[in-house]
Design a protein around this ligand. Structure first.
Ligand code: NAD
Ligand code: USQ
Length: 402
């Protein structure tokens, strides 16, 4: 190919990282995964499990070599806590690109209790900072591609189309002349997890300015679906499917609930509008972002990685139409706007040639091939969302007590 890169995928055992590592390997890149397998340990601690049966990382990698003839190397390093091992590893690897998926990514888990809040902040902020500090300390010059979130923008519902990372503001000087500034879009996180992603943005802004690092921050919407072309090749390559109340994301939860006969758990009125992207499009966007590194401008390249927006209520209705499932409107355990509109610019990825997989195309296949096939693995007690945003939302707590 001639453009093969040496790519390090941090968090490459996870839901987005694993199919991305396979896709990049298939394209001919040399791919190495760092992951501390913390996501698997969290499942064990909570008594939860992926709906799909996950092979061990060793079996996953062996299966990939059997199916593709290619090798992906793996190293278990905690990037938040093992700085010296990280720097030694980077010194030996000398990556051209570092893709950073390695964070605690569930909003409800980050709000579960004080231990989970502290873990999420320590893990995500230290991990991101360690990667940046290590790269600078070693004098490396990789393109760093980070998975951020649409949630940093918040859901203010002011009718504006959300731009790609920056907002142009016009500031009056001496009450007359207007000076234009492009500022980071003001963050408005809705959970401790989303707050860590807002803080990541400042770390990137500083090191892009100070050390002229080339950084792409992908503000991704909610990822749905399970399989990609590559993870379908062998059952040992199957991707993770989270459905539990902390890690399951809304559409995948609804698909699983429909096949096990559980009413679809719409929070509040279901008027929350969110951005979505299929997992196959996630891996394609990563490829496009890696193939189009930013110039060394001293600013962070921020791209919105999403393809469609839907309300939670509309998603429930869609799944109900396909499956006949009942819809239940339940108390919302979160603090979020009950109803909001959302318009998002995703023009960069469309300009790079992304052809979105739409919900209408993928929904039925996902329901039949994954949710129905593995429904017998569902642990019903793990379905309810029990993490609440504030103590007064706990079941049984009297509201407005005099
Ligand atoms: P995931 O939990 O499945 O994967 C994250 C991986 O990172 C796990 O394998 C975990 O073991 C590893 N990890 C976590 N902390 C680590 C550490 N300190 N050192 C080494 N490895 C560590 O999550 P995901 O769904 O694949 O998400 C990946 C990234 O994409 C996250 O940063 C998340 O914020 C972002 N994102 C995800 C979604 C989504 O819907 N899943 C949407 C938008 C953005
Ligand atoms: N919701 C329900 N019923 C459920 C589960 C969720 O109505 O059973 C609602 C939530 O209240 C929320 C919406 O669905 O309004 C989305 O919740 P989610 O859990 O699907 O998504 P979220 O918490 O926002 O987080 C997920 C990923 C996170 C990523 C984020 C992208 O876990 O890593 O950053 O999506 S975004 O939403 O664009 O910020």
């Amino acid at each position: 190919m001639g453009t093969e890169k040496n790519i390090l995928v941090i968090g490459g055992d996870g839901f987005c990282g694993w199919p991305t590592a396979l896709h990049l390997s298939k394209l001919g890149h040399k791919v190495t995964i760092i992951d501390n397998l913390s996501r698997r340990w969290i499942d064990q601690k909570m008594g939860a499990d992926s709906l799909t049966p996950l092979a061990t990382i060793e079996d996953r990698l062996a299966a990939w070599t059997e199916c593709s003839g290619k090798t992906i190397d793996f190293e278990s390093i905690d990037v938040a806590r093992e700085f010296d091992r990280l720097t030694a590893f980077l010194t030996a690897l000398q990556p051209d690109t570092i893709v950073h998926f390695g964070e605690q990514r569930a909003a409800p888990y980050s709000m579960k209790g004080v231990a989970e809040k502290r873990y999420t902040v320590d893990n995500n902020i230290s991990g991101t900072h360690n990667i940046l500090a290590a790269v600078i300390e070693l004098g490396l010059d990789p393109h760093i591609v980070h998975l951020g979130t649409m949630g940093v923008y918040g859901y203010d519902d002011d009718g504006l189309e959300i731009p790609e990372g920056y907002l142009s503001v016009f500031v009056p000087v001496n009450g007359q002349m207007m000076v234009q500034r492009d500022i980071l879009y003001p963050t408005n996180p809705g959970s401790v997890y989303h707050m860590t992603k807002s803080m990541d943005q400042l770390l990137f802004q500083f090191y892009a300015k100070n050390n002229k690092l080339r950084i792409t921050d992908l503000h991704q919407g909610i990822v749905w679906g399970t399989q990609t072309e590559d993870t379908k090749l062998d059952e040992r390559l199957i991707n993770r499917f989270d459905y539990d109340g902390d890690y399951g994301t809304v559409l995948n939860r609804f698909l699983m609930q429909a096949v096990v006969g559980h009413p679809l758990t719409v929070h509040g009125t279901g008027g929350q509008t969110r951005a979505f992207i299929h997992i196959q499009d996630t891996v394609r966007c990563l490829q496009l972002a890696i193939e189009n590194p930013p110039a060394r401008l001293g600013t962070v390249n921020i791209l919105n990685q999403m393809t469609e927006t839907h309300t939670v209520r509309d998603l429930a209705q869609l799944v109900s139409q396909v499956s006949g499932a009942e819809i239940a409107f339940v108390d919302n355990p979160r603090k979020e706007a009950a109803e909001n509109d959302l318009r998002v610019s995703n023009e960069t990825f469309l300009g790079f040639g992304l052809e979105p997989t739409t919900l209408a195309e993928g929904l039925l296949e996902e329901t039949q091939d994954i949710a129905a096939k593995y429904a017998h693995r569902c642990i019903p007690e793990m379905i309810p969302c029990v993490s609440v945003w504030t103590a007064d939302q706990r079941p049984g707590v009297l509201k407005d007590a005099a």
